[in-house]
Design a protein around this ligand. Structure first.
Ligand code: NAD
Length: 353
């Protein structure tokens, strides 16, 4: 055995990256041997879905603009029934993680191939993970059945992503790469991708906050988000993701904003246990990586504290209890007092220590 021994599992996907790449959709359908597309979006992005339908002409056999957060099972059943009714042979999802989630849920039920056109930095299109909600409970499963066959990254679709959502969605992506660096099964391939991704997003997000239409910065951010998605889909996540899952679910906090507020504190918590990772992070985030992530949140004008997101102060104790209730692997053991301090600082909007 050498210090180089590792296991790397790559997930197959064909990726087209650039500006104006949506125009390649008809050829990509042809490549898959598909002729009948069901197009998915949220109600807010129906006009983007309609533009895709126009591009496909008669090959667009249905439009389902009903994707919502957290992939409720009823919506997925409804959309899968529509896919069968219109005899779709491919689903085309245009949108963020919610729309991608719906495409995955349809693929799980029908085995249809998926083409995803991501418009946020969530990264779901690169993962074999599907979280579905039924009876108020979100259950997550990992299966290759939900992996999209083709992903078309088109920078043009991200130009209209509102600047605050761009910032928090981008930092949400960074969180996948940061936790991948210290995942138990991390490896040199994922480490290289993660550092490239974090550097790319950390450079781009402040520029986008000032000028959301800056195409080069938008391209850097989308490229970084793609790599962050690979990180999320390839190795296990730890304290940061578990805390966000608990806080988001218990106090109904918005996903990307919660990630933005917790990440600097979760990294500071783990820092003493991961000196090599911290040294690597200085190469892309500067001398104090946790502080740099906190400052990045301020630069993109993200909400300042969990209190501002609506989490009650008397919820901190409950959050710590829940965080300790289901033990999971983390580079530093979970300690009640230190976790209480972590959540308290995020709740008050203080910088990490
Ligand atoms: P989202 O998809 O819910 O989008 C948020 C809102 O922004 C929606 O109204 C959407 O229509 C709108 N929007 C998206 N792109 C836009 C654009 N370019 N211009 C204007 N409006 C736009 O949010 P998200 O953060 O992308 O995804 C969050 C969801 O994805 C969560 O449910 C999360 O659990 C899931 N997710 C899953 C995975 C996975 O691997 N399974 C990974 C990441 C996130």
């Amino acid at each position: 055995m050498t210090s180089r021994d590792f296991v790397y599992t790559g997930h197959p996907a064909r990726v087209i990256f650039g500006s104006g790449t949506t125009a390649r959709l008809p050829q990509e359908m042809q490549r898959l041997g598909a002729q009948r597309a069901l197009i998915l979006s949220t109600p807010q992005q129906e006009s983007q879905a309609q533009a895709v339908a126009e591009l496909l002409g008669p090959a667009a056999v249905g439009l389902f603009p009903g994707a919502v957060m957290h992939t409720p099972v009823e919506v997925s059943e409804h959309a899968a029934a529509m896919a069968r009714r219109v005899m779709a042979d491919v689903v085309v999802a245009i949108g963020g993680g919610s729309t991608t989630g719906l495409g995955k849920a349809i693929a799980l039920r029908t085995d249809l191939p998926q083409i995803v056109i991501p418009t946020t930095y969530a990264g779901s299109e690169m993962t074999p993970i599907l979280g579905e909600t039924s009876d108020g409970q979100k259950r997550t499963q990992t299966t290759a059945k939900v992996l999209p066959e083709v992903v078309i990254y088109d920078v043009d679709h991200t130009l209209g992503l509102p600047s605050e959502l761009s910032g928090t969605s981008g930092i949400n992506a960074i969180a996948h790469a940061v936790e991948a660096l210290y995942a138990r099964e991390t490896n040199p391939i994922i480490t290289a991708l993660a550092l490239e991704a974090i550097g790319s997003l950390a450079r781009a997000l402040p520029v986008i906050a000032q000028d959301p239409g800056q195409r080069e910065a938008r391209a850097d951010a989308l490229y970084g988000a793609w790599l962050c998605g690979i990180c999320l889909g390839s190795v296990g996540m730890a304290l940061h993701h578990k805390l966000c899952h608990t806080l988001g679910g218990t106090f109904d906090l918005p996903h990307a904003e919660c990630h933005t507020l917790i990440l600097p504190h979760a990294l500071a918590y783990n820092a003493p246990a991961i000196p090599e990772v911290m040294a690597r992070l200085t190469t892309v985030l500067g001398q104090d990586p946790a502080r740099a992530l906190f400052d990045l949140g301020r630069e993109v004008r993200a909400p300042a504290s969990l209190a501002q997101l609506g989490m009650p102060a008397d919820g901190i104790g409950r959050a710590v209890d829940l965080a300790l209730a289901n033990p999971y692997w983390n580079p530093r053991p979970l300690e009640r007092d230190a976790l209480t301090a972590l959540i308290t600082r995020a709740h008050q909007g203080q910088p990490p220590v």
